[in-house]
Design a protein around this ligand. Structure first.
Ligand SMILES: [Zn+2]
Ligand SMILES: [Zn+2]
Length: 342
């Protein structure tokens, strides 16, 4: 089979590898669709914290090719989607309900990536975070499970009431999913981005107003002006992963408001903090990472309901040999995501 391996920034290779065999509790999936993700683009350009070479891709859906002993609840031929991680459910953090901080959070990618014709799913993920597709759900839509699970978790970690105003900064795939989830939870959503195409999709997904940051000198002010008396939004979500945008999100919330820092940044960065904002204005800042099994299950329900579909999120299709082109297009913002079809 073919799979994509990372060697160094700018050097990824489509290689031949043996089809994996499932061990106890494991499942081997024949992938039908894998999606590009901002994380893959970052890895392609900058590398990652793992020693290369490693397998790439973590958003895929396909058909069960083989079942290991004791893998229950599924059959060969079932169309499935597997999330890319599962916590241990035994450590201090899992018992505290903070599964994304699990001391032994298992990720399936990097050993068996999603940019591969066949992919082995670890037993723990099969048991916790793998789902059979209902009739009518496309593989492309199913493959949106992982990013949606992250955005859904982030939305639930953001406190706001029905009718509150929430600003989503950044309309990449995750930002657009935030737009949709916040809209469904009853927020008046303001979406910020520099791409008119992305902003048009944000509107389609429920944004009440959009701010093209390329057309305004002061983004925080432009957002504030959309709120009553310019007081600021009730909650601001950062979905870009740039420290400047973390600061910007802080500058657009009202007193007593909430800032969710969702986008991961390179290690070691710091953001200046106006202490009066935290003390006198009682602004809350929270970071979140990844997701939890409860939110993965909820995300799958959202996909079943058709709240997020591939039509808005995955534009072009490429064979695995064209992975670099697919990632470059994604990185250049020409598409929300691309699909690798097998
Ligand atoms: Zn992803
Ligand atoms: Zn744990």
């Amino acid at each position: 089979m073919k799979r994509v391996m990372f060697y160094q920034p700018g050097d990824i290779r489509v290689e031949e590898a043996p089809i994996p065999q499932p061990g106890p509790g494991e499942v081997v999936v024949e992938n039908k669709v894998a999606l590009t993700c901002g994380t893959d683009v970052k890895i392609y350009k900058r590398g990652y914290r793992f020693e290369p070479p490693f397998a790439m891709g973590h958003e895929a859906a396909g058909v069960i090719h083989a079942l290991g002993a004791g893998a229950t609840g599924f059959q060969v031929g079932d169309p499935v989607v597997a999330h890319n991680s599962a916590p241990c459910n035994q450590c201090y953090y899992c018992k505290k309900g903070q599964h994304s901080q699990c001391e032994d959070l298992l990720f399936s990618n990097f050993t068996d990536g999603a940019y591969a014709q066949y992919q082995k799913i670890p037993a723990r993920i099969v048991a916790q975070n793998m789902f059979k597709l209902p009739q009518g759900m496309s593989f492309k839509t199913a493959a949106l499970l992982e990013p949606l699970a992250c955005a859904l978790y982030g939305t639930e970690m953001t406190p706001f009431d029905l009718g509150d105003t929430v600003c989503v900064n950044g309309c990449g795939p995750i930002g657009l999913m935030f737009v949709r989830m916040c809209y469904l939870r009853g927020a008046r959503v303001i979406a910020c981005d520099m791409s008119p195409t992305r902003l048009a999709i944000a509107k389609k997904l429920g944004a009440w107003a959009v701010v093209n940051i390329g057309e305004t000198a002061d983004q925080a002010l432009a957002v504030r002006e959309l709120t009553e008396k310019g007081r600021g939004v009730d909650a601001a979500i950062e979905a870009v992963g740039l420290p400047e945008v973390w600061s910007l999100a802080l500058a657009m919330v009202r007193p007593g408001g909430f800032v969710l820092c969702f986008g991961g940044t390179p290690k070691g960065l710091t953001v200046p903090l106006d202490t009066t904002l935290l003390h006198y204005s009682q602004v809350t800042v929270r970071g979140v990472f990844h997701t939890t099994p409860r939110h993965v299950a909820a995300a799958f329900e959202m996909l079943k309901m058709g709240q997020i579909t591939a039509e808005d999120f995955a534009q072009n299709e490429y064979p695995v040999e064209k992975i670099e082109q697919a990632l470059q297009e994604h990185g250049a913002g020409l598409v929300i995501k691309n699909a690798i079809v097998f």
